[in-house]
Design a protein around this ligand. Sequence first.
Ligand SMILES: *[C@@H]1O[C@H](CO)[C@@H](O)[C@H](O)[C@H]1NC(C)=O
Length: 202
Amino acid sequence: MIKIYCQQLALLILLSYVHLAISIQARSDREQQVTPAIGNNARVAAGDNTNYRVWGPKVLCSMLPDDFLECNKPIDHKDNKTAKEEKGYGCLKFGGLNYEDVEHTKVQCTVFNDIDCHGPRTFHRDGVPCIRYSEHYFLTTLLYSLLLGFLGMDRFCLGQTGTAVGKLLTLGGVGVWWIVDIILLITNRLTPEDDSNWNPYV
Ligand SMILES: *[C@@H]1O[C@H](CO)[C@@H](O)[C@H](O)[C@H]1NC(C)=O
């Protein structure tokens, strides 16, 4: 007799568990429906970003990754400080081996036409390194330096024509300059004349 009641009691407890679970679920569903209403009211306060819904489907143009943008090259002020101050941004010098040595600047970027986004489509992006690449490759130059250093070919190729002629006429400083330049090259003190960095794309 107690056994039968026990089963019924167990069933009753089980049912009330299910009931409890369902009502908790329903309640959290209701709360979730309420949450987006708060989200809709959240606006980005600054400037032209009013009416921008943070949880909306459109991303701010200025937050798009670089792949969606056409950015200008950093402006070269050629060490003219007044020109840089007038413009507000740009590079005084190009190049540098370590991050700390490289100047960084803003550049103007425009979103590609087919990309849909919110806000101004042309803006400035900061933190662009003042670096440029021309057709100077470290390994190729090192080869020239090792094999043709006595003809000054390494310096010719780097655009340092003056010293290259001197190196050629002295046949690599009778061998000494030849070796010195290899060391300078490896320690990165002999670099392209046009302040470009070594081209990383081999
Ligand atoms: C530097 O830039 C300013 C403004 O562009 C220009 O007026 C000036 O002539 C420049 N100075 C030199 C030395 O090039």
